[in-house]
Design a protein around this ligand. Structure first.
Ligand code: HAM
Length: 415
């Protein structure tokens, strides 16, 4: 028997109300902040991701679904959403539009990770990207959008973690300070951290190994090494977040798994769990558009994992709207009745009334059972007597009362 590939899931009908609910909140908050939807291809040239996310990151080195197409070009299934939107921004000349350009997406993302609770090989992200403005007020607005999204969903037990990792001017000096500090502790580092020390020192702060915790906790902080421009940006952002009443935690060990970030970074976590379960994250990437061949353009955004958000909606027992069942079920007995049932169903649907019918030749009992399971308000019964008389029996499913009405009056009765 075939199974869904490891780390992927079918979103079954009973799960769909959660997805529709999340999508409806996305539509609402993106409208409030003036974001426009963009959909990009599921795969891109591999170079787009290696250049933006960065070689040396786990995402690029270990997790991408990369393949040669039949023309011999290396392609990769989208391992994150930002790079494609940046490519589209450059390709379609969006720098010529009034800035900032605000785009959002809901998209499947593919990562060859070790599957576990809340970690999949295909997951979905709601992402926002905002191009062309470096004012920290926009950082605050983007964070406000994400925060409003979680709050509108009804999530309460979440934390917002914030940090600044500087820019290309001040980061190199900070990395040097960080490396010098870690070199003093090299004998106590885990094997991964020994590699990180040379290849990607910022990620040292993110290590989950018990033995590295106290070293990371005492490590020099990026916020102490910011240049005056980055420090000013971070101060203003915090002032704005306070003005907006958005509670945040400065987390000096917050770094992100992708290389393109500058200055502001943030992550939203469920209160009681570690960073493996981040509900979303993002930040500034002021150098990325230029790195991909565009004009220097400040930008920032976030990606929020929809599967993890739905897990937390369930954990927090958030009540979500349930879709209403079709209004009516048509049960029939015999060939002639089936023709009447078909025509009646078409008329009711034409008038906007949802109708289902079982098909085939089932007993009345079986058909009524099905109507009950569906939770319809009315069952319309057409048997041989009704065919002869040109009528239908209308059964109110909530109180089991029945009445006979002319076939051509069923619609007005239901209305
Ligand atoms: P990311 O932190 O790699 O950022 O992913 C964003 C979110 O996607 C995570 O916080 C998490 O909720 C969810 N997620 C990531 N991997 C998985 C997985 N394997 N299974 C389930 N959920 C997952 C980015 O992708 C950036 N592009 C975000 C961004 C946009 N930064 C700026 N703009």
């Amino acid at each position: 028997m075939y199974q869904a590939p490891r780390g992927t899931t079918d979103i079954l009908p009973e799960e769909q109300p959660y997805w529709r609910f999340v999508e409806s909140v996305i539509a609402e908050v993106t409208r409030l902040y003036g974001y426009q939807r963009i959909d990009s291809p599921t795969f891109e040239e591999t170079g787009l991701f290696t250049r933006s996310v960065g070689e040396g990151t786990d995402l690029v080195d270990k997790e991408m679904y990369t393949f040669d197409d039949k023309g011999g070009k290396s392609m990769t299934l989208r391992p994150e959403g930002t790079a494609s939107v940046c490519r589209a921004y450059i390709q379609h000349g969006m720098a010529n539009l009034p800035q900032p350009v605000k785009l959002y997406y809901i998209t499947p993302v593919f990562r060859y990770e070790r599957p576990q609770a809340g970690r999949f090989r295909q997951h979905h992200q709601f992402g926002c990207e905002c191009f062309g403005e470096d004012d920290p007020a926009i950082d605050a607005e983007v964070i406000d959008l994400a925060w409003r999204f979680y709050k509108t969903l009804g999530l309460k037990n979440i934390n917002l973690n914030l940090n600044s990792i500087g820019c290309k001017e001040c980061r190199p000096a900070y990395l040097k300070i960080l490396q010098d500090y870690y070199r003093q502790h090299i004998n106590n580092l885990c094997a991964d951290c020994k590699t990180r020390l040379e290849k990607n020192p910022l990620r040292l702060l993110d290590c989950k190994q018990e033995s590295c915790q106290h070293i990371a906790d005492k490590a020099p902080r990026s916020v102490d090494a910011l240049c005056p421009a980055c420090a000013g940006h971070f101060d203003k952002l915090q002032k704005y977040l306070k003005a907006l009443d958005i509670p945040y935690i400065i987390n000096n060990r917050l770094v992100r798994g992708l290389d393109y970030y500058t200055r502001t970074i943030f992550e939203v976590q469920p209160e009681e769990e570690g960073s493996q379960s981040a509900l979303g994250g993002g930040g500034r990437y002021d150098g990325l558009i230029e790195q991909l061949g565009g004009k220097p353009t400040p930008a920032l955004g976030f990606g929020l994992g929809i599967e993890r958000i739905i897990l937390n909606i369930k954990k927090e027992n958030v009540k979500i709207p349930t879709p209403s069942p079709p209004a009516a079920f048509i049960a029939y007995l015999g060939d002639a009745a089936q023709v009447n049932a078909l025509k009646l169903a078409a008329d009711l649907r034409q008038a906007g009334i949802g109708v289902v019918s079982a098909g085939g030749a089932k007993s009345l009992k079986a058909q009524l059972r099905q109507a009950n399971t569906l939770g319809v308000c009315y069952t319309i019964i057409i048997g041989e007597d009704e065919v002869k008389a040109g009528t239908a029996t209308l059964r109110n499913m909530s109180d089991a009362t029945q009445k006979t009405v002319a076939l051509n009056e069923v619609l007005s009765h239901l209305k």
